[in-house]
Design a protein around this ligand. Structure first.
Ligand SMILES: Cc1ncc(COP(=O)(O)O)c(C=O)c1O
Length: 389
């Protein structure tokens, strides 16, 4: 019989989610609005404001992708516009640009955080302006929970007067200079997809510092109905609101978010110890104490020259043991669907993709799971490594 699967990141219920779902049933709030939605938005707001530095408004939505799309809509991104996007990310960061008929302009990563390179970002902006179009927005991502270089990106955003859309889908619970990720922009987004640090099975949120932006987001997300007794529309709308049932799961999950962050960070520490004396494998770490990552996923880099094997050997070895691991997000400028989109960079994201691997990082992994992961990795090192043992 094959061993039980160890997942990269699987949903982890806290125990009180059903209580909120039952109350929705009891009160017949089986709708894309209701007390769980309002309560969930408040819970997220309270959490994000717990740094004592942030003030925010939250609109709960059907997905992080919907939140990104709405952010672009509210920023007035239209057909023919250009929007800058971190190349190394999940496709959902970039796809909504094309929903608006705009063109994505991809920018390389820097090595410290694996996120958008301030240097290449500025090159890209200057070149696009010189070519005749100023980009309408910058989509920056806190990849795998690691904050991007917030100060540097904000400075460029201000210098050129181009707003940042903060893709914090993977970074709820992370902070930069003790301020919560998800609060650095008027258009920040969160995801509660099944693999995220907390989940509503599917869901997301737009977080903003301005009440009028929240109101506009909710208006657009509920089919843009004007104030009239009949159905009247003067703007294009979407059906993007989170359901009251899903929000019930979210309310339960918010009760355990802080615990989930420490559990994910414990997994990260486990890998730091495991690889501490392994030449050629490095665990992606925060550059300094300004960066606090929720370590949604722990990332390692396998140097094939030093190790004598590449990350694919390790991935396949783990797969044989029924342990899931996954290459990093393949950069968007290398994706067939975006082959015609401009790219600014030197190849750092590509190298990170070639050598990087995400290891099982779920908050629900047990000591037994960690033992299995540790043994499988040690076995792989003994079998293939030039320097191990
Ligand atoms: C970086 C990033 N952006 C956006 C999304 C989109 O979120 P969702 O799956 O909730 O649409 C995800 C996750 O799925 C993500 O990882």
């Amino acid at each position: 019989m094959s061993k039980e699967k160890i997942w990269l990141s699987s949903p982890h219920m806290g125990g009180t989610e059903l209580k909120y779902i039952h109350s929705a049933f009891d009160e017949n709030w089986i709708a894309p609005l209701g007390p769980n939605v309002t309560g969930f938005e408040k819970d997220i707001q309270v959490f994000l404001e717990n740094d004592g530095k942030s003030e925010c408004e939250v609109a709960a939505l059907s997905s992080g992708t919907a939140a990104l799309h709405l952010a672009l809509v509210l920023l007035g991104v239209e057909h023919g516009d250009e929007v800058i996007c971190q190349s190394m990310t999940f496709a959902a960061s970039a796809n909504p640009i094309t929903y608006q008929g705009a063109t994505p302009i991809f920018v390389d990563s820097e090595e410290q955080t694996m996120n958008i390179s301030p240097l290449e970002l500025e090159n890209a902006i200057q070149d696009r302006i010189q070519k005749g179009k100023k980009p309408k927005a910058i989509i920056a991502v806190h990849l795998y929970g690691m904050p991007y270089q917030v100060d540097a990106i904000e400075e460029i955003s201000k210098k050129y007067d181009i707003p940042v859309i903060e893709d914090s889908a993977e970074a709820l619970g992370s902070t930069y200079k003790n301020k919560n990720c998800g609060t650095f922009s008027d258009y920040s987004i969160l995801s509660f997809n099944g693999n995220k640090i907390i989940t509503t099975s599917g869901g997301g949120a737009l977080v903003t510092r301005k009440k009028e932006i929240k109101d506009q987001a909710v208006f657009r997300a509920t089919q843009a109905r004007d104030a009239a007794p009949h159905y009247q529309h003067s703007k294009i709308g979407f059906n993007y609101r989170l359901s009251n049932i899903s929000a019930g799961i979210g309310r339960g999950q918010m009760e355990v978010l802080a615990e989930r962050v420490s559990q994910r960070r414990k997994m990260f520490e486990f890998y730091v110890n495991l690889f501490s004396e392994v030449e050629g494998i490095t665990v992606q770490q925060a550059p300094n104490s300004d960066y606090f990552s929720n370590h949604w996923l722990t990332v390692i880099h396998v140097d094939p020259e030093q190790c004598g094997f590449d990350r694919e050997v390790l991935r396949l070895h783990l797969e044989q043991e029924n342990i899931e691991s996954r290459p990093l997000w393949k950069p968007m400028h290398l994706q067939p669907v975006f082959q015609d989109a401009p790219f600014y960079g030197t190849g750092i994201a590509k190298k990170l993709f070639q050598n990087g691997l995400c290891l099982p990082s779920g908050s629900n992994l047990s000591d037994e799971d960690r033992d299995r992961i540790g043994s499988a990795i040690r076995e792989c090192l003994t079998k293939y490594s030039k320097n191990y043992g």
